[in-house]
Design a protein around this ligand. Sequence first.
Ligand SMILES: [Zn+2]
Length: 107
Amino acid sequence: MAAKQSFRDAWLNKEDFQPWLSRIEDNPSRAFCKICKREVRAELTAIKRHKTTKMHSVYEASEQQEVQQERIPVHHGNYAANGVAVATILFACFIAEHTYHLPPQII
Ligand SMILES: [Zn+2]
């Protein structure tokens, strides 16, 4: 069995992770993404992988979009279409994440 991983504070100083990575006080084996509001396994590979997921980039992009919206007016039609696309991607991610979290014997 693999050694149990736990959260390292050094990760919080990494430029790649700093804006969104957070620790979970009562669970050192999990990390938390502040952008997606989701837990990630406290393993460097899992955290790096989370950063590259569509879900994370969609949330990251939507955060940036909110900032831009203050300056650039967004057409209502475009906004609705964009919402459907985001929902579709999130649904796909939801399935992927849940499959990923299943214990190996079920897969
Ligand atoms: Zn995320």
